[in-house]
Design a protein around this ligand. Structure first.
Ligand code: TXE
Length: 564
């Protein structure tokens, strides 16, 4: 496609609405996305914004390809996934650099939080899918005596739409693509407009691994492209990860066609530090959990509750560790914390910090953009063509104390490098504070007493609660990922995640096909007698009681034989 140079697009082109300085990374023109490095504003590529007819065509081709894919054995599917995995391994450095350039994150995290989890996931589902989806027999109790059997087979749904976010542009969609393909589905993936090139790289890897072209499509574009995908009656399931507001829009569009959805939305994840926690370890964990990927993870630590008896020591350790973090461009290997992904996200951080400070919170460190990266007006990468101003997206990791529940930073998702710390007196109070949230994605409890940890974990309302661990379990292929309340519905990863991508077909067989069932027509007096006896004796699981109904069964059986 030809790059667009005109800024005078028709008024009815919705993508133009996004063309504002706040959307510095990326810039949307009327028919393409210009992808930019958030650290430098340098252009790194262009992709088309696909339209509804193009999306419909992709879905139709995916559906046609899926009918052949369903007949391909698990072993053959696994071979393709394993070849793709090898390509990722061979090209790890180039992929990590692309992820860092397009999202802004440190290259260390592109490897540790994006590539390693997907290598593990590819291996896990290549090996385990056949076992997890093997047919299951269902025990039928007394119906077995009557010659009935039931089993479940798992069948692919068809075409899966994956609508992905920008914060983990590789790990989130790639994991879902692998699971969907292994389960026998085709996929149309809509990457975030902020990270389109990473989405296209996923396609490139699978193409070179030998996957039939139409089994995986990448639909680059903006929210309108995602909306077209979500509204299509030809999609069999939508796997959405993103904001609560967009998740609700996707669910509403899906409801028009009764398309099932999995929604992985935001979080306001609490961390509870008990008085007996190992404080240096817990402080280190808090800093990583809050500031990895500049806090732009749905499972980031967004609220820290520490027992009042250890609060001073814990806070001191956290502040020290935070001040030691090195902030550089993401592509610099010495970088712990790099640039945020977009100006819009950085402005949410500004707003939350300003609100907290206005209401009495204190900043112990951070609280502002890092002036070492102030954008200069004669920055070589400024792109006047798009009226785009380069703002500084390097936000300093920020610690807040004296915070109150009413502050935005304590109840709305910040999704940035901010860690508010509040004290508690009793464990019940800590659990109440943790649960006092519209979200329920993950939470963590820190204690040396593992029994206490397990007890508190069970009292917290969240999809995942970790004891003496933080943030990383999205990286475990075998465990379910997902939330409750406004954090969404359904699961990805693990057995539960795989089961979202198939439907259970129940196959019931009467192994005695020569006999009519006793409950069929006609309803004679002996039928009524039998039904009453069955109701009283055969529905409580007792074989002995059921045996008492045997004479009525025989009478009815003989009666039906006579009628034949
Ligand atoms: O996400 P959006 P945004 C949260 C975080 C952040 C906020 C906004 O709090 O501040 O969401 O981020 C596509 N129909 N999270 O605006 O809009 C869009 O193109 C169908 C948490 O970037 O939800 C992109 O591919 N699709 C989160 C995807 O939806 C639509 C990760 C997500 O975009 C659409 C990201 C529509 N009407 C943000 N409109 C997490 N849980 O990790 C947009 N999209």
């Amino acid at each position: 496609m030809q790059p667009s140079t005109s800024t005078a697009a028709p008024l009815n082109q919705p993508a133009l609405q996004n063309q504002s300085p706040l959307n510095q990374s990326p810039v949307l023109t009327h028919d393409e996305i210009v992808s930019r490095d958030p650290a430098t504003n340098q252009e790194i590529g262009r992709v088309p914004i696909l339209t509804q007819p193009e999306i419909e065509s992709m879905i139709a081709r995916a559906r046609a390809a899926q009918t052949a894919w369903v007949a391909v054995s698990f072993d053959e599917r696994a071979r393709i996934i394993t070849r793709a995995r090898q390509i990722v391994l061979d090209e790890m450095d180039a992929i990590a650099t692309l992820i860092s350039r397009e999202s802004g994150k440190p290259v260390a995290e592109s490897v540790s939080m994006e590539i390693i989890p997907t290598l593990d996931l590819m291996h896990f589902f290549a090996r385990r899918t056949a076992h997890i989806l093997k047919p299951e027999r269902i025990a039928l109790g007394q119906y077995t005596i009557a010659g009935r059997t039931s089993r479940i087979i798992y069948k692919p749904l068809g075409v899966i739409a994956i609508i992905a976010p920008w914060n983990f542009p590789w790990a989130i969609p790639l994991g879902e693509v692998v699971m969907a393909l292994m389960a026998g589905n085709a996929v149309v993936l809509k990457p975030s407009e902020v990270t389109s090139l990473v989405g296209l790289k996923i396609k490139d890897v699978f193409t070179r691994a030998g996957l039939t072209d139409d089994l995986l499509h990448v639909a680059t574009g903006d929210g309108m492209t995602g909306a077209a995908l979500a509204a299509s009656p030809l999609v069999n399931k939508i796997m959405f990860t993103g904001s609560v507001a967009t998740g609700k829009r996707v669910a509403a569009a899906a409801a028009q066609n009764l398309t099932p959805v999995v929604l992985e939305l935001g979080g306001k994840d609490p961390m509870i530090i008990c008085r007996d926690a190992d404080l240096p370890v817990a402080a280190h964990a808090a800093v990583w959990g809050a500031f990895a990927n500049s806090g732009q993870a749905c499972a980031s630590v967004e609220r820290c509750y520490v027992h009042e008896s250890v609060a001073a020591e814990f806070t001191k350790l956290v502040v020290e560790a935070t001040k030691n973090l090195r902030q550089h461009h993401g592509t610099n290997e010495a970088s712990d914390v790099a640039a945020m992904s977009s100006e819009r996200q950085a402005q949410i951080v500004d707003a939350h910090i300003n609100d907290a400070v206005t209401r009495g919170a204190r900043i112990l460190t951070g609280g502002k953009r890092n002036h070492d990266f102030a954008a200069s007006p004669d920055d070589a990468h400024l792109d006047d063509t798009h009226n785009d101003t380069h703002t500084n997206l390097f936000y300093e990791p920020t610690i807040l104390v004296d915070v109150e529940d009413a502050m935005l930073v304590m109840h709305e998702e910040t999704f940035g490098p901010v860690l508010p710390i509040k004290t508690f007196r009793t464990e019940d109070e800590a659990v109440r504070l943790a649960n006092d949230s519209p979200f329920g994605l993950t939470a963590s409890v820190w204690t040396r007493d593992l029994k206490r940890g397990a007890r508190l974990a069970a009292m917290i309302d969240a999809g995942t609660v970790t004891v003496n661990e933080v943030l990383y379990t999205h990286g475990l292929a075998a465990t379910p990922w997902g939330g409750i309340k406004q954090s969404g519905m359904g699961r990805t990863h693990g057995k539960q995640g795989l089961l979202e991508l198939v439907y259970p077909q129940h196959i019931h067989t009467n192994r005695l096909p020569r006999f009519a069932d006793l409950w069929w027509f006609n309803y004679t007096p002996s039928a009524h007698t039998l039904f009453r006896q069955l109701a009283r004796r055969a529905t409580n699981g007792s074989i002995l009681q059921s045996a008492l109904a045997f004479p009525a069964v025989v009478r009815r059986f003989l009666e039906m034989r006579r009628r034949k």
